[in-house]
Design a binder for this molecule. Structure first.
Ligand code: F0G
Length: 447
């Protein structure tokens, strides 16, 4: 049903023939999953768009476990398993699409939405990819799975591995991941190694390990991860009755997610389920901006790896593996790649929190990026915008508390934004246990 096509030289191999590091033996690039049947099956043999749309919606009320998954509900578009009964399923996907009314008003946009992927079972968008790739690992008989991670991939992998009865190995940068995420890997029983290396160093080391031992690599270099992570594109299109929004704004770290969403929207258009693709824009933190730089400097032809620094630790990545795929998604749709500062991220995160949603710092780059795109006149007031919120606010509670206590940003980072920050801060107060003191605290906050 499927094969792998090298993104660099176009070489095609069978799914089971990939090297353990998922790099092309000819040119070293990454692979993409493709389904030759879709091209070969012309005319009435092609998947019928109307029938698929009806089937996927019907499955939402089905009692089958597989149909409850927002990934496997769309299984006709990801036939990567020999037997769908092998799917390891935590009822991922089917995440909410919220309207952001206050931010929309401030920005002068009519229609602004947040697709909250942090509402997945382990609290991040990684679950949609993990159900896909870990199911392949299980079907192919692996005992061990592994990933390098800034925290969310490891949380998702450990959970799905535990469900499947597989053993999992996690490599994370020591001291540079949020506690919530580390605690998940422990809770789900992974072998967790904190390395004196950054994310990029962890991934390089893991690549050496999987080339020596029979361990299945579950980073987003694994093309099956992207097959799962493309399904939010289907959900978004479905939510808009198959008229896609004008803009999709995604955070960029290792750049698997933007690549996957691009693939999802591309396939919908190729199969005739939608008429066009949204403009896909990728936003990075200014201290971890290799793709934004390479768009600025050389139209994304050469990416210069960098040492990355940002408190949005999920996207603290200097040598993103999937940058070419993400660059294609941006370029083919006419989107942009920008970077935003630490203060812009912190403010945007607090604004998303104040709308009752909340998200991780890495997710908040989307709103910060939207503000810039809007200021640069790249998004019109009558266009529809969807921000992809990638992680749950409770993943990194330390960041949130530091922001509200005023200890997150140093004076230089906050320079010029002090009033804006102060207006958003809601620090907890120690108050005497009597009604007058509590009422006084309420009065104080109204000032
Ligand atoms: N947002 C969150 C919350 C993330 O955890 C990540 C990546 C991204 C955005 C960026 O996505 O890498 O596909 O461009 N986290 C990875 C991890 C690297 O290990 O959990 P990307």
């Amino acid at each position: 049903m499927h094969q792998l096509r090298c993104f660099g030289c176009g070489a095609r191999i069978a799914g089971g023939d990939a090297r353990p590091d998922f790099r092309c033996a000819v040119c070293g690039e990454l692979f993409e999953v493709e389904y030759p049947g879709w091209v070969e099956r012309k005319g009435p043999e092609r998947p019928n768009p109307g029938a698929l749309k009806w089937l996927w919606r019907e499955r939402r009320s089905s009692s089958e476990a597989l149909d409850h998954s927002g990934v496997w509900r769309f299984r006709e578009l990801l036939p990567i398993l020999d037997n769908f009964g092998d799917a390891v399923n935590l009822f991922e996907g089917n995440t909410p699409l919220y309207r952001l009314t206050r931010a929309a008003k401030r920005l002068g946009i009519d229609q602004l939405y947040a697709k909250h992927q942090g509402m997945n079972p382990t609290g991040s968008f990684k679950d949609t990819g993990m159900t896909a790739a870990l199911s392949v690992a299980k079907e192919r008989g692996f005992e061990w799975v592994a990933c390098a991670s800034t925290g969310n991939t490891s949380a998702a992998m450990a959970a799905y591995a535990a469900r499947a009865g597989l053993k999992s190995l996690v490599l994370i940068p020591d001291g540079k991941i949020a506690w919530g995420k580390l605690s998940q890997a422990m809770d789900y029983g992974a072998v967790t190694c904190q390395l004196k290396a950054d994310f990029d160093g962890c991934l390089t080391l893991l690549t050496q390990i999987v080339n020596e031992a029979p361990i299945y690599l579950l980073n987003s270099v694994n093309p099956y991860r992207l097959e799962g992570q493309k399904t939010p594109a289907f959900e978004i299109a479905e939510a808009f009755d198959w008229n896609v929004p004008d803009h999709l704004i995604v955070p960029g770290g290792n750049l698997g997610n933007s690549s996957a969403l691009g693939k999802g929207f591309r396939e919908l258009r190729e199969l005739g389920l939608t008429a066009r693709m949204p403009k896909i824009s990728v936003i990075q933190a200014a201290g971890a901006n290799p793709l934004a730089r390479c768009f600025r400097e050389n139209q994304a032809t050469v990416l210069e790896p960098m040492e990355a620094h940002t408190r949005a630790t999920a996207i603290r990545i200097g040598n993103p593996a999937s940058w070419r795929k993400a660059a294609r998604a941006i370029q083919e749709t006419g989107g942009w790649c920008l970077d935003v500062t630490e203060a812009e991220i912190a403010i945007a995160k607090a604004e998303i929190g104040a709308e009752g949603l909340g998200c991780e710092p890495a997710s908040a780059v989307t709103l910060a990026g939207l503000k810039k795109l809007r200021a640069e006149g790249k998004i019109r007031s009558n266009e529809t915008v969807v921000l992809v919120l990638t992680g749950h606010t409770l993943k990194d509670a330390d960041y949130t508390i530091d922001f509200h206590r005023g200890t997150l940003l140093d004076a230089e980072e906050a320079a010029g934004r002090e009033a804006e920050i102060a207006a958003l801060q809601r620090n907890a107060q120690v108050v005497e246990a009597n009604p007058a003191a509590v009422l006084a605290a309420m009065k104080d906050s109204a000032r």
